[in-house]
Design a protein around this ligand. Structure first.
Ligand code: UDP
Length: 247
């Protein structure tokens, strides 16, 4: 079984290196592909919203971003071996394309953040081909212009970092107009590449406490995180119903 059905969303049981390989393959193939990396909050959102669930399931790759998703897969007796977060996958993909010439576009974050992320990434990988940046604060009527801007650069890969669920919706609504090969929705990753947000120390990550570290740094996330216990209880009491549907 290569997927696990968590409350109706079919998550790929892939590790970070496996997801990286798949993305690098997609970069070489025809057509465009989408990669979403949902965490527990997003999966709970999809459980409550059928339209969003369909949208998530339309992705070519759906990875488990967060320890909550990994625990859920274990509860459902179809375990994912490790979390495959969007930021970690993005780091590996960048490493792989750092001197291949494939064109990367950074979209999202507050004004200046994507530029700063570009600067830091180029310092680390001087031959990385970042062909454009665009902040993530725009009016809906500016979408056409953004799509045209990305297409003009000939980007192969676009990191769409608008936060969830906005980035997944943006990708879904615009994927057929974008000429790139891969679009990845990866939340606050540009903030981390830019150095404006600090990633949890490795020790916290290994203990599965990255969410607690983020809460400590950004207490306003508390209300969003209220979805976590609800997600846990729903998986525990209703999760089997979804896994049975697959059989
Ligand atoms: N963001 C954006 N446009 C918006 C709202 C948010 O570009 O209209 C960016 C924000 O600046 C941040 C990212 O989206 O860089 C959301 O980060 P967060 O860590 O909250 O992501 P999530 O946890 O939702 O994946």
């Amino acid at each position: 079984m290569n997927k696990v059905n968590i409350l109706g969303v079919k998550i790929d049981k892939v590790t970070i290196p496996e997801a990286t390989d798949m993305i690098c393959e997609m970069l070489k193939s025809e057509g465009n592909h989408t990669v979403f990396t949902p965490n527990s909050e997003i999966l709970y959102m999809a459980y409550k919203d059928d339209k969003f669930k369909v949208l998530l399931n339309s992705a070519d790759i759906l990875t488990a971003d967060g320890i909550g998703v990994v625990y859920a897969s274990k509860i459902l007796k179809n375990p994912i071996s490790e979390r495959a977060g969007g930021f970690d996958i993005a780091c590996k993909v960048i490493e792989r394309i750092s001197n291949t010439g494939e064109k990367l576009f950074l979209f999202g974050g507050k004004p200046g953040v994507a530029e700063l992320a570009k600067e830091n990434l180029i310092n680390k990988y001087p031959f990385l081909n970042i062909v454009g940046t665009r902040n993530g604060y725009f009016k809906p009527e500016e979408t056409d212009e953004i799509v045209a801007e990305i297409n003009k650069t000939g980007a192969d890969l676009v990191f769409v970092c608008l936060g969830a669920p906005a980035q997944e919706k943006w990708i879904y609504n615009n994927k057929d107009r974008l000429n790139c090969h891969v679009m990845m929705g990866i939340g606050g990753s540009l903030d981390v590449f830019a150095g404006v947000v600090e990633r949890a120390p490795e020790k916290w990550q290994k203990l599965g406490l990255e969410w607690l570290y983020r809460l400590k740094k950004e207490p306003k996330r508390f209300f969003r995180m209220m979805a976590l216990p609800k997600f846990g209880f729903t998986v525990l009491f209703k999760g089997r119903k979804f896994t049975k549907e697959d059989k």
